[in-house]
Design a protein around this ligand. Structure first.
Ligand SMILES: *[C@@H]1O[C@H](CO)[C@@H](O)[C@H](O)[C@H]1NC(C)=O
Ligand SMILES: *[C@@H]1O[C@H](CO)[C@@H](O)[C@H](O)[C@H]1NC(C)=O
Ligand SMILES: *[C@@H]1O[C@H](CO)[C@@H](O)[C@H](O)[C@H]1NC(C)=O
Ligand SMILES: *[C@@H]1O[C@H](CO)[C@@H](O)[C@H](O)[C@H]1NC(C)=O
Ligand SMILES: *[C@@H]1O[C@H](CO)[C@@H](O)[C@H](O)[C@H]1NC(C)=O
Ligand SMILES: *[C@@H]1O[C@H](CO)[C@@H](O)[C@H](O)[C@H]1NC(C)=O
Ligand SMILES: *[C@@H]1O[C@H](CO)[C@@H](O)[C@H](O)[C@H]1NC(C)=O
Ligand SMILES: *[C@@H]1O[C@H](CO)[C@@H](O)[C@H](O)[C@H]1NC(C)=O
Ligand SMILES: *[C@@H]1O[C@H](CO)[C@@H](O)[C@H](O)[C@H]1NC(C)=O
Length: 661
């Protein structure tokens, strides 16, 4: 009965979209101007209303091709080592393919570039066209993978989906209520099939084709499911890539499921609704102006003309108290832009420890033996992260806590030096004896334009207050900071991989200690055998570097939750070392006065970002292998249960019993 009524309504929507298409003169965007939610077919009709434009294709492809010259992992992609084979790609051949493909619309072209970069599965190296990532599709039935009371794992509609979906707001829920689609009864249903496939096979498919961001397939499988996280500085629940995909290109998803209390499976077609995340517009023309056309923040600037750090901060560039520009390594998770909270009944009930107002939330578990730091990211306030770490750990020590659990679930990274700070704080500087560097060597790519940038920076007497390319950002391998006038990239060093010889810079260390406002202690605050990590593997960039340091240097116990049963999950997602947004790279190029060089990427004519992994971190176990390509499995692997998938405190209590019980 319900299903019948639902199909009638969808039919009406489809008819509406069809009539919009039948009348080419009609404005495809105006009908939903000012609405936060719109039927996916309508959203897609607007996105597809901009015709393909060859000038824009040449601009975009020339820009990204020249940015790829800086991409440190390019040659590794020719034959990605196991278990990361899924990411193998010939980057230049892909660009040539997209250059010769016939596209109907500008959306189709951009989607091809987006798909190609997303499937590199490196969250540091992706094309984000602002014009076309303006919607997130939301399903009122996000899915999770849980073990039941007998330990049998299955896919379920998230048991808390009613509370979660209601947080999206009545504008969202009333759409389904009006059409008579009862999404509430699906909460907790056991899902057998999705889109006509075994539910886990569908999870694998989305992980292979849409999730991106992480080299490891198993980690991507966890990102298709709903999970708890910290978004900004608040507890949140991510819908997951099945419940909340990045494009409005599906109108519905069919699931075969057994609702709670039922014994028989039924097949339900669940509608998606698209959430508009872009800027306000009134019609197709203004949609283009506010979302798609290049603006004053699309391309870089000559930072020499801006003045001091406050002008840099206005452009969103992190600057340390010492005046140096702060390196970042993070993925972009668009789902943070419309994040809803974690339903309040699942928030920790323990009182927060000191230092819990930022991206870190700290607690002392009942019994006062174990402290927990939920490190949601390494973003936000660079100095507060350090003072919060110190405040939490002082309180733990004052309360007699002797064991520490660090939760890295859905930590997308952030400032490079905060990962190194947290490692030094926990390990103590006495034991490390390495003058504050993390122990792994770093390089950037020694291409001809990079060499010209460094040479020009030296001539212009630039330093780390404006640019990342000067040598004073780094230290020699004896830990002595380089002088800004040192040329560490010319002569470059040949590096051979997958049959290709390429050039890298000379090797160097980070110099994070120079930016710290809190001095890490000499001695570890806790016996490092009593420090453990929990996560869902979706721990990227700076988070991956931090967990690698803990695992490889101190054999820290790591437990990974979730994943597909029988499929392995690495404990970390994507380990780069430093990421440059397109504006960051263009800032370097323009500040070095080399924008006129024929190798320089042209300014973008559209509002978009091609970010790339600019520095490689080399494994200390094998200095010919980037940390990103070192396969490392956690010592512990647990399924989520209905008690833990959305309840951090319950998960920490479970982990305490497993690690220290
Ligand atoms: C955009 O539109 C919404 C809804 O109409 C309104 O609440 C909001 O203030 C507008 N934002 C801007 C920046 O104009
Ligand atoms: C294609 O885009 C360029 C750059 O924005 C613009 O000047 C040109 O008019 C567009 N061509 C067509 C046919 O719209
Ligand atoms: C795309 O192909 C055309 C025709 O072969 C060529 O002129 C152009 O340089 C290519 N563009 C890019 C970005 O490779
Ligand atoms: C991009 O990937 C999606 C998901 O796999 C697919 O449906 C779509 O056809 C692809 N589009 C293009 C232009 O490659
Ligand atoms: C979890 O499922 C078990 C049965 O498998 C049930 O007894 C329990 O009440 C459920 N807990 C929650 C929080 O839903
Ligand atoms: C870009 O322009 C907008 C609107 O005019 C302004 O609010 C913003 O501050 C400008 N950004 C920069 C970096 O100048
Ligand atoms: C834990 O510490 C709190 C605060 O100091 C105290 O009230 C409580 O009794 C302690 N609990 C145990 C089991 O020691
Ligand atoms: C926690 O913070 C409060 C307020 O800043 C302070 O008075 C207290 O001493 C701190 N507790 C510990 C154990 O550091
Ligand atoms: C770095 O460059 C800035 C801007 O030109 C300048 O103000 C500062 O004195 C320089 N710092 C050093 C240590 O040379």
């Amino acid at each position: 009965m319900r299903a019948h009524r639902f199909h009638v309504v969808i039919g009406a929507l489809a008819a509406q979209a069809l009539s919009a298409r039948a009348a080419p003169a009609a404005d495809a965007c105006a009908p939903f101007a000012g609405q936060a939610f719109v039927a996916p077919s309508q959203a897609l009709a607007c996105l597809k209303s901009f015709p393909f434009n060859e000038t824009l294709r040449q601009n975009v492809l020339t820009n990204i091709a020249r940015i790829f010259d800086f991409y440190t992992f390019e040659d590794f992609y020719l034959n990605s080592p196991p278990p990361f084979q899924e990411s193998t790609a010939n980057i230049r051949a892909e660009i040539a393919r997209i250059n010769s493909t016939k596209f109907e619309t500008d959306y189709d072209f951009n989607r091809a570039v987006y798909n190609f970069t997303t499937q590199l599965n490196d969250g540091h190296t992706r094309w984000f066209p602002n014009c076309y990532d303006t919607f997130q599709n939301l399903l009122p039935a996000p899915v999770v993978t849980l073990a039941d009371a007998h330990g049998v794992q299955s896919v379920f509609v998230a048991p808390d989906s009613v509370a979660l979906v209601e947080l999206v707001g009545t504008e969202f829920t009333s759409f389904f209520d009006k059409m008579g689609f009862d999404w509430r009864r699906l909460a907790g249903a056991r899902v057998l099939e999705i889109a006509g496939m075994d539910a886990y096979a569908y999870a694998d498919l989305i992980a292979s084709t849409e999730s991106g961001n992480y080299l490891d397939h198993g980690v991507r499988v966890n990102s298709v499911f709903s999970s708890y996280r910290i978004s900004g500085t608040d507890f949140s629940q991510r819908f997951g890539d099945i419940g909340g995909p990045a494009f409005p290109d599906r109108n519905s998803l069919t699931m075969t499921l057994i609702p709670v209390g039922a014994t028989k499976a039924e097949t339900v077609t669940i509608p998606y609704l698209a959430n508009y995340l872009g800027a306000n517009f009134t019609d197709q023309k203004s949609f283009w102006e506010v979302n798609c056309a290049a603006n004053n923040e699309t391309n870089g600037v000559d930072l020499k003309t801006l003045g001091d750090g406050s002008a840099l901060r206005k452009r969103g560039i992190g600057v340390a108290r010492s005046g140096r520009k702060l390196a970042r390594a993070a993925i972009v998770d668009k789902s943070n832009s419309n994040a809803v909270g974690l339903p309040s009944q699942f928030l920790p009930t323990l009182p927060p420890a000191n230092g819990s107002t930022g991206v870190i939330k700290s607690f002392i578990l009942p019994g006062n033996k174990t402290g927990v730091m939920f490190v949601g990211s390494f973003e936000g306030d660079f100095n507060q992260f350090q003072t919060d770490t110190q405040a939490a750990i002082s309180q733990f020590k004052a309360s007699g806590v002797s064991r520490l659990i660090i939760d890295l679930t859905n930590n997308g990274g952030g400032f490079v030096c905060l990962g190194q700070f947290l490692h030094q704080f926990l390990a103590g500087t006495a034991k490390l004896g390495n003058a504050g560097n993390p122990g792994f060597q770093s390089t950037n790519r020694g291409n001809p334009l990079a060499k010209k940038i460094v040479a020009s920076d030296i001539k212009l007497k630039l330093n780390d207050s404006f640019v990342f390319y000067t040598a004073d950002n780094f230290a020699f391998l004896n830990n002595q900071q380089m002088s800004p006038a040192h040329d560490y990239i010319d002569p470059s060093v040949p590096f051979f991989v997958n049959g290709v010889t390429d050039q890298t810079s000379q090797r160097f260390f980070d110099t994070c200690g120079l930016a710290f406002v809190v001095q890490p202690p000499e001695q570890p605050p806790f016996d490092l055998n009593n420090v453990a990590i929990v996560s869902n593997g979706d721990c990227a960039s700076t988070c991956a570097m931090f967990s690698t340091l803990m695992f490889e240097r101190h054999q820290t116990k790591i437990a990974i939750f979730g994943g597909k049963p029988g499929e392995q999950v690495q404990y970390k997602g994507m380990a780069g070392n430093q990421v440059l947004e397109w504006t960051d790279l263009d800032d370097e190029i323009k500040t070095a006065n080399v924008k006129d060089d024929p190798l320089a990427p042209p300014d973008l004519l559209v509002n978009a970002n091609m970010r790339h992994n600019w520095r490689t971190a080399w494994s200390f176990f094998n200095e010919q292998l980037p940390i990103a390509y070192v396969s490392e499995l956690p010592q512990f692997r647990f399924p989520y249960t209905n008690e833990t998938y959305n309840n951090p405190q319950a998960l920490w209590t479970f982990a305490e019993s497993k690690f220290f019980g």
